[in-house]
Design a protein around this ligand. Structure first.
Ligand code: ATP
Ligand code: MG
Length: 553
């Protein structure tokens, strides 16, 4: 964390707690539910919890909040761990809420013994209808006054599987007239005859979130339990359970969920995109998931930097995707090796260059980093250049190619365009130039100055590759806020595939995950589907924010 910025509200709380001796050590946790992959919103929470622990010499646990057997899977557990490690964080302990099922059961018995919990036979509908609303108090359940003895026996019978799903629940006995609806005798255990990814078939009753989260925090001696704003109304209940059970006083604090423009963040929605094949999987490079961003070429450092830059807020807000892209560019600019690739090729022939000659040219790997060294690029008579770098009728101030115009070929020579040919459809198929032999980069004695430099790849040496270009996943900046189904707002052009891109031969040796800056074209990385025979590159991000330009027009 940078030292210059002022403390955020959680740091202020922690510093006060430490000063007043409320806790000796700080202990935080990141508590994902293993029902999906982590996304950039989770990264904010991860960064926050791990950084606070680090800053105050405390600890941070990873706890899988796995109390719902219907949606959780071991596959998710492994991927979540992998993503956190990749982001660059390491947890002090790894726990599962399901490890506490026996302890939590004991806690429930304790509440029963204190006359603070009862078994209710009412149906879900009946319970809901007795709940009241913000203006009216609720109604006591006819089962509310069962004896401790009877409650104990029934709760045991629930555990033993004597009842079917939904036949009975265990409720905390608080106050059916409480102004906070969550305090109106909340359900704390329900019956679910379902297989759990870790406890198997050992249990058929499962604690509700509110009767698991705070207690798990307490078992682990978590001092600052940070969650998102929607849990603010749960806080009185969190405290009530801890007080009544007389267990370690963990405290809950809330911060605003992080949202990002042009995407959706809820796991439920992301799962729909995957299941309905709007994307190729959780790790599709267009997804806001950590695995998607990694595959797309976002570096872990840039994601951490983004999380640090946006910081935390107390009010719900939406962060501009371009800020994340800015962080990605900033980091990749420092580390990405430069290379040349021609995405939309047209052939350029240097008529006065010997047919059998290949020159070895030295090009910088990264002008931002001298230690990155140089690489050899081969130059010859026939080159691929970008179609857009030539114009049949160039306007004034077009500093690239057109008949009579001159341009520098990156790291090589200045050429003058003499002629070009079109096919029967009017498409330019070939451009002829002459080169100035004295103008070679590094030893230019030609005295000629040109304004433009273009990239190229030697036809004789080039390798063919596939390039996948990505755009925003959604057309509107906040698809979750739009009317109707959020999927109606998917951007139909979020992926375009270029099948015949010409790359420097060196690039054909690149490994999966390696990233590059293709000169003038953006940052690219090798996709996981790439093979040495068929190289596939993802465009991570363009060099400039094309959308910002679009808006200025
Ligand atoms: P989702 O709504 O995306 O399914 P969730 O809150 O159900 O998210 P969990 O696995 O329960 O997902 O979340 C683990 C932790 O990450 C929680 O502490 C949660 O508050 C936090 N978290 C989840 N989404 C965000 C977000 N968009 N911004 C910040 N923190 C988040
Ligand atoms: Mg959740």
């Amino acid at each position: 964390m940078s030292e210059e910025r002022s403390l955020n509200f959680l740091e202020e709380i922690i510093e006060t707690d430490l000063k007043e001796g409320k806790y000796k050590n700080i202990h935080t946790r990141f508590p994902p539910e293993p029902n999906g992959y982590l996304h950039i919103g989770h990264a904010s929470s991860i960064h926050l919890n791990f950084s606070l622990a680090k800053k105050y010499n405390g600890k941070c646990n990873l706890r899988f909040d796995d109390t719902n057997p219907s949606t959780e899977e071991t596959e998710y557990v492994e991927n979540i761990k992998n993503d956190i490690k990749w982001l660059g964080y390491s947890w002090d302990n790894e726990f599962f809420t399901s490890d506490y099922f026996e302890t939590l059961y004991g806690y429930a018995q304790k509440l029963i013994d204190k006359g603070l919990a009862y078994v209710d036979d009412s149906t879900a509908e009946q319970i809901a209808s007795m709940k009241g609303n913000l203006n009216e108090p609720g109604i006591n359940s006819p089962f509310r006054n069962r004896s401790v003895e009877e409650n104990r026996t029934l709760f045991e019978a629930m555990r033993e599987g004597k009842f079917g799903d939904g036949e009975k629940v265990l409720r905390a006995k608080i106050d059916m007239a409480h102004p906070n609806l969550l305090m109106r005798d909340p359900i704390i255990y329900r019956i679910k005859h379902e297989h759990h990814h870790r406890s198997g078939d050992r249990w058929c009753i499962y604690p509700m979130y509110d009767f698991a989260h705070g207690q798990s925090d307490s078992i682990e001696h978590i001092t600052h339990s940070i969650c998102t704003l929607e849990f603010i109304h749960h806080r009185p209940l969190y405290n009530w359970f801890i007080e009544q059970l007389e267990i370690f006083p963990s405290h809950q604090y809330e911060f605003a969920r992080r949202n990002l423009t042009y995407t959706v963040m809820s796991k439920r929605k992301l799962l729909q995109l995957v299941n309905e094949k709007h994307v190729t999987g959780w790790d599709d490079p267009r997804m806001p998931t950590i695995s998607g961003m990694r595959r797309r070429g976002y570096s872990a450092a840039s994601i951490r930097n983004f999380c640090e830059t946006v910081g935390i807020a107390k009010r719900e807000n939406i962060v501009d995707l371009s800020l994340l892209e800015f962080c990605v560019r900033e980091d990749l600019n420092k580390h990405a090796i430069r290379a040349m690739a021609v995405l939309d090729p047209v052939k350029l022939v240097i008529t006065n260059y010997p047919s059998d000659l290949s020159e070895e040219l030295e090009l910088e790997n990264n002008p931002e980093d001298e230690s990155a060294g140089k690489r050899t690029v081969l130059f010859s008579k026939e080159l691929w250049i970008e179609r857009e770098d030539f114009m049949e009728n160039p306007p004034k101030k077009f500093f690239r190619l057109g008949v009579g115009l001159m341009v520098r070929l990156k790291g090589a020579y200045i050429v003058r365009c003499d002629d070009f040919q079109k096919d029967e459809t009017g498409k330019v198929v070939s451009i002829q130039c002459t080169y100035i032999p004295e103008s070679r980069s590094g030893s230019d004695t030609s005295g000629i100055h040109v304004k433009g430099t273009i990239h190229w790849v030697s036809v004789k040496h080039a390798q063919c590759a596939e390039v996948r270009l990505y755009d925003r996943l959604f057309k509107t900046d906040n698809p979750s806020n739009e009317e109707g189904d959020f999927k109606e707002y998917l951007n139909p052009n979020s992926l375009s595939v270029l099948q015949q891109v010409w790359i420097e031969p060196e690039l054909a040796k690149a490994k999966v995950g390696q990233y590059f800056q293709f000169l003038r074209k953006g940052y690219f990385c090798v996709d996981i589907e790439s093979t040495p025979e068929r190289m596939i590159f993802n465009r991570t991000v363009t060099l400039k924010d094309a959308w910002a330009k679009e808006l200025k027009k």
